[in-house]
Design a protein around this ligand. Sequence first.
Ligand code: IDC
Length: 348
Amino acid sequence: MNGNRFHLYNSNKISKNLRRCRRISRMCVIGIMAILLVLAWDAAPVQAAKLPALKVKGTQLVNARGKKVQLKGVSTHGMSWYPEYVNQKAFTQMKKKWGINAVRLAVYTSEYNGYCTGDASNRKALEKRIDQGVQYATKAGLYVIIDWHILSDGNPRTYEKQAAAFFRKMASKYKNHTNVLYEICNEPNGGTSWETIRTYAKKIVKTIRAKDKKAVIIIGTPTWSQDVDIAADSPLKGYKNLMYSLHFYAGTHGEYLREKAQTALDKGLPLFVSEFGISEASGNGGLGKEEGGKWMKFLKKNKISYMGWSLCNKEESSALIKPSCKKTSGWSSRDLTPWGKWLLKQFK
Ligand code: IDC
């Protein structure tokens, strides 16, 4: 009897212990799962953007409902050169206070530790910066242009293989980001013909479309993205949502370039001003404010998107931030150059 009671007592105790053990292990499992969930959340790719995908209709950028959309924003300088301006606070401030709705991330291919001239670690750093830029833009509610910034390498075919690999990677990563646009060659120059650019563009557009079926793609045009009238004679066929870039610097480019733009529009070419300034084309010199005003009228009338060059404090008149200002966000009007102040007025 005693032995039995002892046995009963013991087995009660054992089963109580067992239950406690089970409870603890259940709590452990839940705890571990919670930790894993938090970690996974942190490591997860940036969330898909809430911004509606854009399309091209005729010469016009439109939203899903077919309403005309004009993107307005700023371009970074080279992201190897001035990476510090790619940060959340800056992007959010520019959206909320400046009234922009897009940013352009300039990835130089050749100059300034360019994507194609630097080493593998430099490429990795640039890709990380693009990732961050896209994340910050997404969180701030901005459209974002990934710009393959050819310049001294005047012919986009110089680094065609690298461009294809780059855009394959970008399009795989960002295919679900409805706020990402791709710009495949900033400014072809050095006499590179439209035929050559077109050959390049066909390859890169095909590469992007294999992954990302719909994103807007901006294609550079001959003579530093000015000969849009020539591109208008034989635009790419068989693909939707393509636009063509028109670049101007009002200190140098005036009426003759607007006429070329008008010719292109008349021929039905969708234009996108993915870079402009009112300094001279060198990025420095005096500001052409009056000519700049004429350009803005033209852009407004035709609802053409525009991105101002550039978000940095370099000692040159095309920089938006004063050289003496070391802040990388939280700027007040005092921190802006005359060009910066002028541009902000256009966004309002
Ligand atoms: C300029 C920068 C300048 C830099 C130079 C060469 O403002 O600091 O030294 O590039 O890399 C463009 C180009 C853009 C130029 C800009 C001004 O797309 O890269 O930036 N510009 O010259 N086309 C017309 C003007």
